[in-house]
Design a binder for this molecule. Structure first.
Ligand code: PMV
Length: 360
């Protein structure tokens, strides 16, 4: 597969107008994507759990333009209100994908979007937001080309979403998703994500992710800046190699349901991501004192109870607490009793592994 596979042939019949709605989830990386090449090509492969509760719903209405004006024509509404400051991101997205969606300049679009999670929660909506827009656009393309099969539909949706925000390509399908070339994974690609193709033990099937909102503010470092810091990073080569190795190790861990090894890989990946940020130039500390207190508490609780609770982190201070279904009562009680005090305004989001985007 090359990017050329996603350039469609000329459409014969463009519809005059229409409307589509999709809901796409967020995702949490277990093996982190950090560092990229040109055109949103990842520097290393990654694996994620698709989430369920954290999601973006978007309705895309389209009307054929009487007269093309040479540019993109769209209005954007976030939670019912016009949102001018989201527009530049959409414009960049449209510009990047125009080659693969040649009908974009034929229409005026109305984009109405909302998140299931609070806007100022420190949870990035770019993964679910870009994935859902890519899916809406794919629905329009499918109307123009009804023979398109589901496999191609999802693949191209993931391909387009990647051009919006890298990790968004992992928000199309569920429940375990892999993105980026890896020598042991047939069909893996830097261009789009795929459903994880190997066995995943039942213990992972209903995995929980309780997101502790330690810092609800804007990200201190945008991911674009963060990825770019990996370009001249003294440890990048070793880090990219390590991600490949962790992916290889994860195969048996997923198959056997080896939670001890799972925890080791997931926590090490989270801390490595932050270590990369701390050792780049300029350097950043994205964790807050409460992030560390939570990590400490999790380690102590895991040791004393022999449970399998663990954490992962995004490029920020919030903590994703991961645990299996059969330990949910004891772990959730622990979260409420001992961890929620470290959250801003005691806020957290109960999420779990999910099964991908849905058309509404
Ligand atoms: O999709 P981006 O460019 O916002 O990058 C996301 C990077 C991490 O969330 C830190 C890791 C990942 O793999 O999702």
């Amino acid at each position: 597969m090359t990017h050329k596979n996603f350039v469609p042939s000329i459409y014969l019949h463009l519809k005059n107008e229409g409307k589509v709605t999709w809901k796409a989830p967020s995702n949490i990386a277990l093996i982190k994507y950090w560092g990229k090449k040109e055109n949103q090509i990842p520097a290393n492969p990654s694996v994620s759990f698709t989430l369920d509760a954290c999601a973006t719903t978007t309705t895309l209405s389209y009307t054929k333009l009487q007269k093309k004006n040479g540019g993109f024509s769209f209005d954007l509404f976030f939670e019912g209100k016009p949102k001018e400051d989201f527009k530049p991101k959409i414009l960049t997205f449209f510009t990047r994908i125009e080659k693969y969606m040649p009908f974009l300049k034929e229409y005026h679009f109305k984009i109405e979007t909302e998140n299931s999670f609070p806007h100022s929660s420190g949870i990035a909506s770019s993964a679910s937001g870009m994935a859902v827009l890519a899916l809406c656009l794919m629905s329009i393309e499918k109307e123009l080309n009804p023979e398109m099969d589901l496999g191609f539909f999802n693949q191209k949706a993931s391909f387009l979403a990647r051009l919006g925000s890298g990790s968004a390509c992992r928000s199309i399908e569920g429940d375990v998703v892999q993105w980026g070339n890896h020598k042991e994974i047939d069909g893996s690609s830097d261009l789009f994500a795929i459903k994880y193709p190997f066995k995943v033990h039942n213990v992972f099937k209903k995995y929980h992710d309780t997101i502790l909102l330690v810092d609800k503010g804007q990200k201190q470092v945008s991911s674009t800046v963060g990825h770019n810091l990996m370009n001249d990073h003294p440890f990048s080569k070793k880090r990219f190699k390590q991600a490949h190795e962790n992916l290889s190790t994860l195969q048996a861990v997923f198959a056997k349901g080896n939670l001890d090894r799972f925890i080791e890989i997931v926590e090490s990946e989270a801390l490595t991501l932050h270590a990369m940020m701390m050792t780049s130039l300029p350097y950043f500390i994205l964790m807050k004192p409460n992030t560390l207190k939570i990590i400490d508490k999790i380690w102590e609780f895991r040791k004393t109870t022999n449970t399998h609770v663990c954490f992962t982190l995004d490029a920020g201070a919030n903590v994703h607490v991961l645990y299996p279904e059969n330990e949910k009562d004891i772990v959730f009680q622990f979260i409420k009793d001992e961890l929620v005090v470290y959250c801003e305004e005691q806020q957290y989001i109960c999420d779990r592994i999910g099964f991908g985007a849905k058309q509404l």
